[in-house]
Design a protein around this ligand. Structure first.
Ligand SMILES: Nc1ncnc2c1ncn2[C@@H]1O[C@H](COP(=O)(O)OP(=O)(O)OP(=O)(O)O)[C@@H](O)[C@H]1O
Ligand SMILES: [Mg+2]
Length: 228
């Protein structure tokens, strides 16, 4: 099972958008997909509840509501069906310290969405430092990558985000543009990979480096797909 955490301590950078679009992508590839919402706001679960009955199903759990006195749920893994191919965790904003460590231990891949703004660049610098130094994600052999989100390509803020991401010692995987397509998809409980409007073609193309990176990170699943 591939286990992906979408996280950034900064709020509003696109964690839920990425988590739900990833879930929709995997489900549309006929992979058994689970979406775990660790955010008390429950935005991913609300998205899941909007999903059309005709689309490929996604198994959802609102983990935030099941926290017990020992911290993050111990038994949540058991709630994911055993045949799950891809498990995606949508993290809340502001996760640090012990809670961050618990989330890191549950996954093999971490995706960090970042917005083009100096406040977001500053916040993510500290967050990445915590992942590397305290979380020891490198030593743990985790795949960690960064995605620029809500980009308006020819703006100064995007250019400074791009420059910053290129200096990181983490892969800068792709850039997702700022578009209402994500807003419309969210309202309908689908992802851009489930939209057939030509206007989503360039968004699908922007996701390609990310889905390729995930497939490369998980050759077992890729092999399974080839064998199908
Ligand atoms: N690429 C994009 N283009 C346009 N709108 C976007 C894009 N990505 C995210 N948004 C919008 O930005 C808002 C915040 O996104 P989202 O809820 O995914 O962030 P978040 O990191 O999960 O926030 P929180 O920290 O509150 O959980 C939402 O209204 C979402 O629809
Ligand atoms: Mg969210």
């Amino acid at each position: 099972m591939q286990k992906i955490l979408v996280i950034n301590s900064k709020g509003g950078c696109g964690k839920t958008t990425m988590a739900t679009n990833l879930a929709s992508y995997f489900a549309s590839q006929d992979l058994a997909t689970a979406l775990l919402d660790f955010d008390p706001q429950g935005s991913s679960i609300r998205w899941l509840n909007q999903r059309p009955k005709s689309g490929p199903s996604i198994y959802g759990v609102h983990v935030a509501s099941r926290k017990n006195t020992t911290g993050v749920t111990r038994s949540f893994q058991m709630r994911v069906p055993p045949e799950t191919d891809c498990m995606i965790i949508d993290a809340p904003a502001g996760v640090t310290g012990h809670e961050l460590m618990e989330l890191i231990r549950m996954v093999d891949t971490i995706i960090i969405p970042v917005l083009p703004s100096s406040i977001d660049i500053h916040a993510v610098t500290r967050f990445i430092e915590e992942l590397l130094v305290v979380g020891k994600v490198r030593q743990m052999g985790l795949n960690v990558g960064v995605v620029a989100n809500r980009a308006k390509k020819n703006t100064l803020t995007y250019r400074s985000l791009e420059r910053f991401l290129k200096t990181l010692k983490l892969p800068f995987i792709t850039t997702l543009r700022d578009t209402q397509n994500y807003v419309h998809a969210a309202e309908r409980g689908i992802g851009i990979h489930e939209m057939w409007d030509k206007r989503t073609d360039s968004d699908k193309a922007q996701w390609r480096p990310l889905t390729r990176w995930l497939e490369d990170a998980n050759p077992v699943k890729t092999k399974r797909k080839i064998a199908h």
